[in-house]
Each structure stands twice: as C-alpha cells, then as structure tokens.
Design a protein around this ligand. Structure first.
Ligand code: ADP
Ligand code: MG
Length: 263
C-alpha cells in the first residue's frame, strides 16, 4: 500500500503539472452560418439538409469534397465529368436520413456508363424504400475520396449537462463497435487529445502493421472547431460528421457526410 500511495502521489503530481492549453478561437465566418440557419427556420424546418450542413462546416474551416445536387440522369452524367472521376452518388431526400440503408450510396464510379446506371438504381431504390413514387428525391454527385480512415465526431446537447462532444470510430459500423468517447464543450487542445486517446480508434490512427500514421493533429483541430461551432450556436441540438475521412500525417481530413438538427 505504501507503493500504491507513492504511485498515486506521482500521478497527482503529473496531473497538477499538466500542460495548460487555452480554448482556441479559430477564424470562422459566423454570419454565414447564421444565414443558413435562418433560412432553415424560415422554411419551418429543424432538420438541416446535408448540403447545407456541409456548408456550415465549411464556414468553420472543415474541408469538404466537391459536391453538386442533380435531379436528372443527363445532368448527373455531365456534372460527374466536371467533378472528375471517380465519383460517388448519394440519394438526397428530406425523407431519407440513412442513405446506405435504402441503397442510396454508390461509391467509386469510374465512367459515364457506371454513373448513369447508378443514378437509375438510386432513384428506384429511394422510391421503393418509401413506397411512394412521388417523394422528392435528388442525387448528390460527390468527388470520391480515397485512403481516409473513417472517424465520427459529433455533439448532442444534453438537457442537464449541455453540449456533449463525441469522438470515435466512424463509418456504417458505428453502432456495432460503439468505440466512442465523450466530453463537454468547450474543449481545449489537451481535452481533444484525451478524447482521441481514450478510444481504440486512436490505435488505427497511429497506424497498424506498418501503416503510415494518420493526421491526428487534424482530428484534434476538428474537435476544437466543432466545440467552437456548438458554443457559438446554442440552437444546434445535434450534429454528426460521419465519416470524417482522415488522411496520412500532414494531409488533413475531409468531411464526406454530415447532419445537423437545430431547435
Ligand atoms: P449514410 O451515412 O447516410 O449511409 P454516407 O454519405 O456516410 O451515407 O456514405 C456511406 C459510406 O460511404 C461512408 O461511411 C463512407 O465509407 C463511404 N463514402 C461516402 N462518401 C464518400 C466519398 N465522397 N468518398 C469515399 N467514400 C465515401
Ligand atoms: Mg454517414
């Protein structure tokens, strides 16, 4: 027990002497975000469309892929050329939240033929899944983003505790692995680091079996930017970036899917 006491004293000492960091204020364009939310509210919604959510994140310094909404097959084919192959097609409809579940995501399309076929499949799947041929549905054409590790970062505003930030392993298996950590906003750099380190996903980011390490610094920064966003806008009830694709060290990260709910 004497040894344990000494260990505990040592732990306390290093906790007291931990490096202190500030809550960082990144340069962002708050008014632009305000405008997006005003528009959403003026249309009587509190669900922010995916494309709007991506814009909001862009205004707060997140990187997003080239992306365009289309409604016809021809337009979709043309835009795919403009964005450059390979592309990703995603269903876009106010009635559909989880796009993969309804067969609404087609990845890594390499030419016009593949794009046209995928477009038709997505529209058909969307209509079938909702059992209604009249649903409002478009297709988002997006640049295909390769070689990223999939992480999730998000926030849920808890009625008792406030804005609870979340970090963890992302992708479509989030619910299966439940590898996530939480912390209340606002967070500082060290807090963001601790959030990452307390998940198994951090081991993936460090690189396994000879893989190059991922850009953990960009995740640390993303968490702080998300913290700033939810502190600046108390009307944000929920926000999810899933996935955030994290590249090799020094190469940053990109948001390819996001959802926001405001009050
Ligand atoms: P949803 O979560 O609504 O099913 P996503 O947009 O997250 O739809 O797409 C599902 C999965 O497809 C992602 O988790 C990711 O693995 C992959 N994905 C989506 N967009 C891209 C992209 N632009 N580049 C590469 N992979 C993507
Ligand atoms: Mg997703």
């Amino acid at each position: 027990s004497a040894t344990r006491s000494i260990v505990t004293m040592q732990e306390y000492r290093s906790w007291v002497a931990r490096p202190r960091t500030e809550v960082k204020a990144f340069e962002v364009t708050r008014d632009d975000v305000r405008r997006v939310f005003d528009k959403v509210r003026s249309q009587g919604r509190n669900y922010v469309h995916e494309t709007e959510a991506m814009e909001v994140l862009k205004f707060y310094g997140f990187h997003i892929p080239k992306s365009q909404l289309t409604t016809t097959e021809d337009e979709c084919a043309k835009l795919s050329e403009e964005i450059g192959y390979p592309v990703v097609l995603k269903v876009s409809s106010p009635n559909i939240v989880h796009k993969t579940d309804v067969g609404g995501v087609e990845l890594n399309l390499k030419n016009t033929l593949e794009v046209r076929e995928a477009f038709r499949r997505i529209i058909e799947n969307a209509k079938r899944s909702k059992g209604d041929a009249k649903i409002q549905v478009g297709v988002n054409v997006q640049e295909f983003v390769a070689n990223g590790k999939e992480m999730i970062i998000g926030m849920k505003r808890d009625p008792q505790f406030g804005p609870l930030l979340m970090f963890g392993l992302g992708g479509i298996y989030v619910q299966v692995f439940r590898d996530i950590s939480f912390r209340l906003a606002p967070i500082k750099e060290l807090g963001a680091r601790h959030m990452i380190e307390s998940t198994k996903a951090s081991k993936l980011l460090l690189g396994v079996r000879g893989e190059k390490p991922s850009d953990i610094e960009s995740v640390v920064e993303s968490l702080q930017r998300m913290s700033q966003l939810v502190m600046d806008f108390p009307e944000i009830q929920e926000i999810d970036i899933n996935p955030l694709l994290v590249f090799e060290q020094g190469k940053g990260c990109k948001v390819v899917d996001a959802r926001i709910v405001i009050s």
